[in-house]
Design a protein around this ligand. Structure first.
Ligand SMILES: [Zn+2]
Length: 104
């Protein structure tokens, strides 16, 4: 059972990934067209895109390391020692903790 007052690491990671996908969509498509509509020069739009893209990458990277297994502390987004998944696993890749229920 997923407790309401304390979300499981799996749910937290899923919500976080959804936010990242939405943010990427905004940065890639919504932001440049909005800026172009406002009359911002295309080379400046490119730099703003680059800045937001970098910010997205840094925030996404740091945050993904913070969503970790409550038992062994391994990041949900790390498998086999390096980041190889974009979607969190249902079980910890290191200690096999059930990350949906949040307890062993
Ligand atoms: Zn673990």
């Amino acid at each position: 059972m997923i407790q309401d007052r304390k979300r499981s690491p799996y749910v937290k990671a899923c919500v976080f990934m959804l936010y990242l996908i939405v943010a990427l969509f905004v940065i890639m498509w919504v932001l440049p067209s909005a800026l172009t509509n406002l009359g911002v020069p295309s080379d400046l739009v490119m730099w703003i895109e680059f800045a937001f893209g970098l910010l997205w990458f840094v925030v996404g990277g740091v945050r993904s390391f913070m969503i970790a297994c409550p038992n062994c502390g391994r990041s949900l987004f790390i498998r086999h020692g390096f980041i190889s998944v974009l979607w969190p696993p249902k079980r910890c890749s290191k200690c096999d903790l059930n990350l949906i229920e949040g307890d062993a």
